[in-house]
Design a protein around this ligand. Structure first.
Ligand SMILES: Cc1cc2nc3c(=O)[nH]c(=O)nc-3n(C[C@H](O)[C@H](O)[C@H](O)COP(=O)(O)OP(=O)(O)OC[C@H]3O[C@@H](n4cnc5c(N)ncnc54)[C@H](O)[C@@H]3O)c2cc1C
Length: 399
């Protein structure tokens, strides 16, 4: 039977980063991926992922983001390719907007470079956004986007270069851990290691069934259009942006959610990603990750078209492309990065809930710390499983 120091299961955003970090520290790494490396059947494809520092979801993420930015730059230098594009970011919403108020809270708490814009300033700086008069905005210069396919490829390249053995088209079926060693059974072979890292995205709690919480997969739509007036959306003229529409606008057919997007052609490769990208950050229809329909349907366009028409009329041109991706939702929308509660040599990183990609670089480092040293200096306690303590009790203890 093959033996490794660390086995990493799932080589998407988090697993590829973990493989690079663990291998670089001289450990014997085996990575196992059920599909082709860099596939488009999980949560990490679509040519662009937003990265921002004034994190509206919670200020506790900001220290991790500082390190994530540093590590993305290091990965770019080591792999010799550009992954992170800083464009600035503008977040717009009504007075009770969680996205704008939460970003302002993180910016204030962590003294981040930012500017708040009232309606007049917003209209003067970003006339392309047609939003109601009560809307306000926050601009941060640090925001931008990552190219997810390139970032995963870079991490896998660095992992291989440091000696990692990476298997594709091999599915993990089960595991057994006794605290000292972990045994993994796949559809091809059995392997043994001191530690295992499960980074299985939308499949997380199908693979690690006894985690005590459930990660639910949802079907999410991405759209690209050809703007009728492209100039205001061109790279250099357009930041990454988000417009919070918490209650939707039924009169105009706009669904509730946080609409977001990128400058024209952000991350494009050939025709893939060409155009102006827009998507709605809101939990989509629940799906089975094994049978999810990744083919866009004509009615998927209704997810973003009315918002485009309402808020960015200059961009409301012909449809260029749609793609389908999956969110991997934890019960509270926050990440799960921890040891398994009963077997400490089993680590899990999952539940990234549609906002995890920007953190992949630092999550890779955290997982390497936990796998090799048993501890990390990074403040990840708030992402631990203990916050779900009630549901983590053994089944017999539950009422
Ligand atoms: C439409 C959309 C837009 C998003 N926008 C943003 C954004 O702007 N900014 C941002 O930061 N984040 C964003 N995200 C979220 C981010 O992309 C995800 O949180 C992140 O990519 C998840 O990474 P992961 O490694 O957990 O999952 P994945 O990258 O999907 O990797 C999991 C891997 O595990 C493999 N696997 C599963 N089970 C097994 C098994 N049994 N055996 C072997 N391999 C297995 C899978 O095949 C897969 O490759 C978005 C997500 C979506 C879907």
């Amino acid at each position: 039977m093959d033996r490794s120091d660390v086995i990493i299961i799932g080589l998407g955003a988090m697993g590829s980063a973990a493989a690079a970090h663990v291998a670089r520290r001289g450990r014997r790494v085996l990575g196992i991926e059920q599909f082709a490396l860099g596939h488009a059947r999980g949560s990490s494809h679509g040519r662009s992922r937003m990265i921002r520092m004034a994190y509206y979801e919670h200020p506790d993420y900001v220290p991790l983001l500082r390190r994530a930015y540093e590590l993305w730059r290091q990965t770019e230098a080591a792999a010799g390719r550009r992954l992170l594009h800083v464009t600035g970011g503008v977040y717009i919403g009504p007075p009770d907007s969680e996205a704008v108020n939460g970003a302002a809270r993180s910016a204030a708490e962590h003294r981040l470079d930012h500017e708040t814009l009232d309606r007049a300033a917003l209209a003067a700086c970003f006339p392309r956004f047609a939003v109601p008069d009560d809307h306000r905005a926050l601009f941060e210069p640090m925001a931008g986007y990552l190219v997810p396919e390139d970032a995963i490829e870079a991490h896998l390249h660095l992992a291989r270069r440091a000696g990692a053995d990476l298997h594709e088209h091999e599915r993990v079926l089960s595991y057994r851990a006794d605290g000292a060693r972990v045994r993994i059974r796949t559809d091809r072979a059995e392997y043994e290691a001191d530690r295992v890292i499960f980074a299985c995205g939308a499949w997380a709690t199908r693979v690690v069934r006894d985690l005590g919480v459930e990660v639910r997969a949802t079907r999410q739509v991405l759209g690209w259009v050809t703007p009728t007036n492209p100039a205001p959306f061109a790279p250099g003229a357009c930041p990454v942006w988000a417009i919070d529409c918490p209650r939707g606008d039924s009169r105009r057919g706009v669904r509730a959610g946080l609409y977001y997007g990128f400058p024209l052609d952000a991350g494009a490769s050939g025709t893939d990603g060409r155009g102006f990208k827009i998507a709605r950050h809101a939990i989509g229809a629940e799906t089975d990750p094994d049978t999810n329909d990744f083919s866009p349907r004509p009615d998927d366009e209704a997810d973003f078209r009315p918002a485009l028409r309402a808020f960015m009329p200059d961009a409301d041109g012909p449809l260029a492309q749609m793609r389908i991706c999956m969110y991997e939702n934890s019960p509270d929308g926050h990440f799960i990065v921890d040891r398994h509660p009963r077997t400490p040599n089993v680590l899990v990183a999952c539940g990234f809930s549609g906002h995890g990609f920007k953190f992949a670089s630092v999550i890779g480092e955290v997982l390497a710390d936990l796998a090799i040293d048993g501890a990390t200096r990074h403040p990840v306690g708030f992402l631990g499983l203990s916050r779900f303590a009630q549901s983590l009790r053994a089944p017999t203890e539950r009422r």
